[in-house]
Design a protein around this ligand. Structure first.
Ligand code: FES
Length: 167
């Protein structure tokens, strides 16, 4: 996240914390219908239109402080891995193997030098590249470069980690 964006976010936070009335010119709104909180269709709309397109808190850098440490978050409704690679860089991926979609991890957090899918053993580096497959002779035209883990946008602000599913 660049300095200008960080400053704008901080200014907005300060503005919201300081105001005691709706902003000038803000229209009077009707009460919110109770269905807004219990209607499954509205929830789905909210997921697609808001939560899948927003920066959401995923964890703190102290949770993935060491090279190889990772955590699993479900804050967006989809399991997403946050990983620190051996060079110290943070990455974020869907917790989904590029073979048949098996989960790469099933625990909430851990430490490893890579990920091996429990279904058929495809293995990935910490930065998400497909490294090896079992029975390679059966995957004649497999292009490893096209089977990296699918990334999710991941940024930090201070020590906080945020992810955004909207590329
Ligand atoms: S689903 Fe992961 S190796 Fe097959």
């Amino acid at each position: 996240m660049d300095a200008k964006t960080t400053r704008r976010i901080k200014e907005n936070i300060a503005f919201e914390a300081a105001r005691t009335n709706p902003p000038a010119g803000f229209p009077r709104l009707p009460d919110i219908a109770a269905a807004r909180y219990i209607d499954p269709q509205f929830l789905e709309l909210e997921k697609q239109g808001l939560w899948k397109r927003s920066w959401l808190y995923a964890g703190h850098t102290s949770q993935v402080a060491e090279p190889g440490s990772w955590l699993l978050t479900r804050n967006t409704g989809t399991p997403i891995l946050i990983v620190r690679d051996l060079q110290g860089e943070l990455h974020s991926f869907y917790n989904t193997c590029r073979h048949r979609g098996g989960p790469l991890v099933t625990e909430e957090a851990g430490q490893s030098r890579g990920f091996v899918c429990g279904y058929h053993g495809w293995s990935y580096t910490l930065d998400g590249q497909l490294k090896s497959v079992r029975e390679k002779r059966d995957f004649v035209d497999l292009d490893f470069a096209c089977r990296s883990l699918l990334p999710v946008r991941c940024e930090t602000l201070g020590g906080w980690i945020f992810i955004n599913e909207d590329p």
